[in-house]
Design a binder for this molecule. Structure first.
Ligand SMILES: Nc1ncnc2c1ncn2[C@@H]1O[C@H](COP(=O)(O)OP(=O)(O)OP(=O)(O)O)[C@@H](O)[C@H]1O
Length: 671
């Protein structure tokens, strides 16, 4: 890419631009270069807004921009350090809302609810409205939240959402409306915003005359990556920021749209050019710089069977390469063996574990593999699994901090109170209700009477919370909570040892933030993704393997990619076979997975799955069939393998992988 360094001209916001292109064609790279180009031409980095799908992607993008600008300026580093408006829509919303809170009637010190807190609050409200006690089964809290969230993000009316997305809940339209009204009122009463509120409030802010212009005028350039996975609310925010589209660039691939289940709309990217007058310019990229042609041939042929035709036929810029492997294994255990054998063989041949990834449709599909990796001491990190913050013990500790931060936060109050012996939901509710009239905030706890079983711990508990609420000094607060909480842990949760390690990790994480508010906000916005409980967190310089759900693998690439469970029921997931649209989204997911590989792609196909032990009949298996997305007509594009009962090392060698260096392995035992 060329940078004409003529300060001024190219930094002026130009007409809207859409870069639409297939996987691996360099969209992200193009975006980084565009930002660098703007900066090199004199654009003010503080007036650039960069919106990405994850925080990780924003950080990577900034590093890339820094590298490019430094190289162009012949080594003057840090030239992009001034970009501080980079992050997810939610993170940017959080920041803008706090800046403008008084103008839109929000308290500046609102706290954020993460998804599971939102579900808990929904549950409390559902209970208060007695909806849980109806004769027919009312939807569960998670479903209620999903319906609410979908309606908000798709900007759709409830009846339409129910009819299209949640038909089995359609009979509850009136009750759900009442529930959502009460849920919103409750959030406002407690000064809480959930994820959806962040986008919703930002969008509402962009409808306020005067304020919309003020916010829009902060930025000369707005650039959005992964535009195919934005929803209507996000599109409307962008339109509010840049009504004429000047300075707006969006980048994406309609064939990789995989978030419709969260109300993302592929129409956003398809309709983008026509939103503006004159329409946005379109740039299409054709060459794929990531993968070899045989891998692209398989991915192209697979996606070409989609109901809606995608015109992009990816052409490899690189030469050579072998066909992807389609490996039939008898069952999961054999799949695990084969994958580990192959990836270790690759490592012996010089391909680092870091250059390899195992992808799966559902996080749980890797359970057996994870156990075996731990047993064999193969370090790995997992993305898209149980989130660190969803672990009960982490939520417990955060509960103290959140309650201290916002004494009106009832969810945090309920959770924290119920950690004490003898306090269940009923007592917790009574205590919270008794606290309010004292008007002393958390200092009022000391004067309350807990049930007998909690009496011993109560004074220390009350003192801790009052002190946390009153304290301006953030350092040491988690340590204080832990002095109280750690002794309770073995009573509260089984297997306390790894949990204590997680809490150590939380404490370390906390030191990176200047205040409690920043810490809580950042964690709620972008939680670390894995507890690494069994894996252990790899050392920085160590080599490790990546395990990831396909959703979390988007935008990334590895030299070798293994995809587990290429069978119907796993992909398409049996949770998602309801509508043709869902099936199409599953097909695009497989496309995303296949196009992550640079050199080597192994699709694993177990022939049967173990479904549980039966006392009399012995082990029980169900047969599985190859995913419908790879019909027989596509088989010539793959090299087929059948794993037999051959020892792992031999099998990996025989599978045309690089030979295993046994001697090196034996030596390695003593390194
Ligand atoms: N012009 C180019 N010359 C050489 N390599 C390139 C070029 N453009 C991109 N690449 C390389 O190709 C790979 C894919 O690029 P990038 O991640 O930007 O693609 P993408 O279109 O965002 O992919 P996806 O949508 O599949 O995530 C990267 O390794 C990148 O460094």
């Amino acid at each position: 890419m060329v940078h004409g360094i003529t300060p001024g001209a190219a930094a002026t916001p130009g007409p809207p631009l859409l870069v639409i292109a297939g996987a691996g064609t360099g969209k992200t790279k193009t975006l980084a270069h565009r930002v660098a180009h703007l900066l090199l031409n004199g654009a003010d980095p503080r007036r650039v807004l960069l919106l990405t799908f994850t925080r990780r992607a924003a950080q990577t993008m900034i590093r890339r921009v820094e590298r490019i600008t430094a190289a162009a300026r012949e080594g003057t580093p840090g030239s992009a350090a001034g970009i501080d408006w980079a992050g997810t829509f939610h993170a940017v919303a959080n920041r803008l809302l706090r800046l403008h809170a008084p103008r839109i009637g929000l308290a500046e010190d609102f706290t954020l609810l993460d998804r599971s807190d939102s579900a808990d609050l929904m549950d409390v409200v559902r209970d208060e409205l007695r909806l849980a006690r109806t004769d027919r089964r009312f939807p569960r809290k998670g479903t209620c939240l999903a319906i609410y969230s979908y309606a908000v993000n798709a900007r759709a009316a409830l009846p339409a959402v129910l009819e299209k997305q949640f038909p089995w809940c359609a009979e509850w339209a009136d009750e759900l409306k009442g529930l959502f009204r009460a849920y919103v009122a409750e959030k406002q009463r407690q000064n809480l915003l959930d994820y959806d509120d962040l986008l919703l409030c930002w969008e509402l802010m962009m409808r306020v005359p005067g304020l919309a212009e003020e916010v829009g005028a902060r930025f000369d350039h707005v650039l959005v990556d992964e535009y195919q996975d934005t929803n209507l609310l996000q599109a409307s925010i962008l339109a509010g920021l840049k009504p004429g589209g000047r300075g707006l660039t969006v980048v994406g691939d309609d064939a990789q749209s995989i978030y419709a289940f969260r109300a993302a709309s592929v129409r956003n990217i398809l309709d983008f050019p026509e939103r503006f007058s004159p329409p946005a310019a379109i740039v299409r990229l054709h060459a794929n710089y990531r993968s070899t042609q045989p891998l692209l041939d398989a991915a192209n042929a697979m996606i070409a069977l989609a109901a809606e035709g995608f015109e992009k036929e990816l052409q490899a810029a690189r030469g050579g390469g072998a066909r992807p492997l389609l490996v039939a294994v008898r069952e999961e255990a054999e799949q695990v063996d084969w994958v580990i054998g192959r990836l270790l063989a690759n490592r012996e041949a010089g391909m680092r574990l870091k250059d390899q990834a195992v992808l799966m449709r559902a996080s749980s599909h890797s359970a057996a593999l994870e156990l075996e990796l731990v047993r064999r001491n193969v370090p790995y990190v997992k993305f898209g699994g149980l989130r660190f913050l969803e672990a009960a013990h982490i939520k417990d500790v955060l509960g103290f901090l959140r309650w201290a931060e916002n004494p009106r936060d009832r969810i945090a109050a309920f959770r924290t109170l119920q950690l004490l012996p003898g306090i269940g939901p009923g007592h917790a509710r009574r205590l919270v209700e008794a606290l309010e009239p004292t008007r002393r905030g958390l200092a009022g706890l000391a004067g309350l009477r807990p049930p007998q079983a909690a009496a011993d711990l109560w004074p220390a508990f009350a003192e801790l919370l009052a002190a946390l609420a009153a304290s301006r000094e953030w350092a040491g607060q988690i340590e204080r909570v832990r002095r109280f909480y750690d002794p309770l842990l073995p009573e509260l949760h089984e297997n306390p040892r790894p949990r204590l390690q997680d809490l150590d990790q939380l404490e370390t994480l906390a030191t990176r933030f200047a205040t409690r508010e920043r810490f809580l906000t950042e964690l709620a916005l972008d939680p670390p993704e894995t507890t690494g409980e069994e894996a252990g967190v790899p050392l920085k310089d160590e080599d490790w393997l990546t395990l990831s759900t396909i959703h979390s693998a988007k935008g990334q690439e590895w030299k070798a990619v293994f995809v587990l469970n290429i069978v119907d029921g796993c992909i398409p997931s049996d949770m998602a076979t309801g509508t043709p649209a869902e099936i199409e989204e599953e097909r695009r997911l497989l496309y995303v997975a296949m196009t992550r590989a640079r050199d080597e792609l192994c699709l694993m196909q177990p022939e049967r799955f173990f479904v549980g032990r039966q006392a009399r009949l012995g082990d029980r298996f169900v047969r599985a069939t190859r995913t419908r997305f790879l019909p027989d007509s596509l088989l010539p594009l793959f090299e087929r393998r059948v794993a037999g009962a051959i020892p792992v090392g031999e099998r990996a060698g025989a599978a045309s992988g690089p030979p295993v260096d046994l001697a090196a392995q034996l030596r390695g035992m003593w390194d």
